[in-house]
Design a binder for this molecule. Structure first.
Ligand code: HDL
Ligand code: ZN
Length: 455
């Protein structure tokens, strides 16, 4: 279902909105505006109940392969915390394979004990759990998870989504719908209306198409698209048909893919898979995005399965080539690029390239950058170089209740940074007005994304 992108009228000029804000009031006014701003969370891994849930709940309906993750066992076994617990209880003491044979609740008990009870929960992922439990009215000092389990078991998944969205002040949740994931694809084919929950929007995620076209081509031919390993005109036509079929099925609001640190455009002549990936990008993906007026989200810098024994927790980050992003924006001026990069070292260069290309929208503090110190650094850099023409954050939430902490923690930091920016502007003698704050806060948390979609 498309996002309503009709631009909200900017703050009404009028006595209230022309109200000048004294420097001493700026923090308070900005804090209130940021807290009350509804957020369009433009990248998550969340799902509505229609995708099934493996979590015990009030309705009694459980789907072991369901994709809607919520509840304390899913929260505590978030792959960020799996990686962290193996630093406390190393694989030499607890073999990875043994951990993976345990049921989810036993994994969660192990993580709770070692990261929250016997050690001080200091990491951002740990702090997030505590913020979430406390906001839900639960005691974060519990020594076991049983009280939390009882609380979640009494919830109705759909009503709980409403409650969490209200608590985190999120107006819409943008999913990641990986068409090459067999479980996800089967659900869309079985039930075409599966994506119709008005609280959610779909995104067509297509990593293998560029990361490993030969393998992707095999799957596509099994799905009825006559694609061979060579990008002939016929194959190109079939790939375009595939993308359009899925954009229509999902009502996707953008197309997304993650790319490795080694990604370059043009592709390295020595790498045939990268070479055909480049042609897929140039001759299939970008023309479809242009014709359908959809942004392409490029999430660059993830090295997958660096430690495969950690499974979802086994990925790492690497510095990527920002000049490749610049060349894509230059060579495809009719395309819209949402770009987030995983390496801290890439952030300043990405801001500089964004200054040169209006079809580039930097977004979020992604994954290993979603920590207070780095959100602060990156957001300051973006305001200083881009004004407010960027999207400061997405939650990347995989478990529903993460919306609570990921947005509470980010709002606090973004509010502080934005206040500092206003204080600096006010020091020049330019007054700051309430309409400035209302307009800017709406833009960075929702309006910029909606306007970019609508372009
Ligand atoms: O590729 C992505 O969208 C990443 O966000 C991965 O899903 C990653 O595992 C993650 O959850 N990061 O927060
Ligand atoms: Zn993600």
């Amino acid at each position: 279902m498309p996002i309503d992108t009709t631009p909200k009228p900017t703050a009404r000029p009028g006595p209230l909105n022309d109200q000048r804000i004294d420097a001493a009031q700026i923090r308070q006014v900005v804090g209130r505006a940021v807290q009350s701003q509804k957020i369009l969370d433009m990248h998550t891994h969340l799902y509505p109940p229609g995708f099934g849930t493996p979590v015990a709940n009030k309705t009694g309906r459980i789907d072991p392969t369901g994709l809607m993750l919520w509840g304390v066992d899913e929260l505590i076994t978030y792959h960020y915390l799996v990686a962290e617990v193996f630093r406390v209880v190393p694989a030499t003491e607890l073999p990875y394979e043994t951990f993976w044979t345990w049921p989810k609740d036993r994994q969660a008990d192990h993580i709770w004990r070692h990261l929250f009870v016997e050690n001080t929960p200091l990491s951002e992922a740990c702090r997030g759990i505590l913020t979430t439990l406390t906001r839900l009215g639960l005691d974060p000092d519990e020594k076991s998870l049983s009280a939390y389990r009882f609380f979640f078991s009494r919830q109705d998944p759909s009503q709980f989504i409403d409650r969490i969205m209200e608590m985190s002040n999120v107006e819409a949740i943008v999913m990641t719908n990986a068409v090459f994931d067999d479980n996800e694809r089967a659900r869309w084919i079985k039930e075409p209306a599966i994506g119709s929950d008005p609280r959610f929007r779909a995104v067509l995620r297509i990593d293998p198409l560029v990361r490993n076209f030969p393998a992707a081509a095999e799957h596509l031919s099994q799905w009825g698209y006559s694609t061979g390993r060579k990008l002939t005109a016929a194959c190109r036509g079939e790939l375009i048909r595939f993308l359009n079929d899925w954009i229509d099925r999902q009502q996707a609001i953008y197309i997304a893919m993650s790319l490795p640190p080694e990604f370059t455009y043009p592709a390295a002549a020595s790498d045939p898979i990268a070479q055909i990936g480049e042609r897929i990008l140039q001759e299939v993906i970008l023309p479809v995005c242009r014709d359908r007026k959809l942004p392409l989200a490029m999430m660059i810098g993830s090295s997958l399965q660096t430690n495969p024994l950690l499974r979802d927790a086994g990925d790492t980050s690497g510095r990527a080539d920002v000049s490749s992003v610049a060349r894509l924006c230059r060579d495809f001026p009719a395309n819209k690029f949402l770009v987030t990069m995983l390496s801290r070292e890439n952030q300043h260069e990405l801001c500089v390239v964004a200054r040169k290309f209006g079809n580039l929208m930097p977004f979020g503090c992604w994954w290993f950058l979603n920590n207070p110190s780095l959100i602060d650094e990156i957001t300051r850099m973006r305001f200083e170089l881009l004004g407010r023409s960027f999207i400061p954050q997405h939650s990347d939430a995989r478990v529903l209740e993460q919306l609570i902490y990921k947005w509470e923690h980010s709002r606090e930091i973004i509010s502080t940074v934005l206040s500092d920016m206003y204080m600096r502007t006010a020091k020049t003698g330019r007054s700051i007005y309430l309409r400035d704050v209302q307009r800017d806060v709406e833009a960075i948390f929702a309006g910029n994304f909606k306007a970019f979609l609508a372009r």
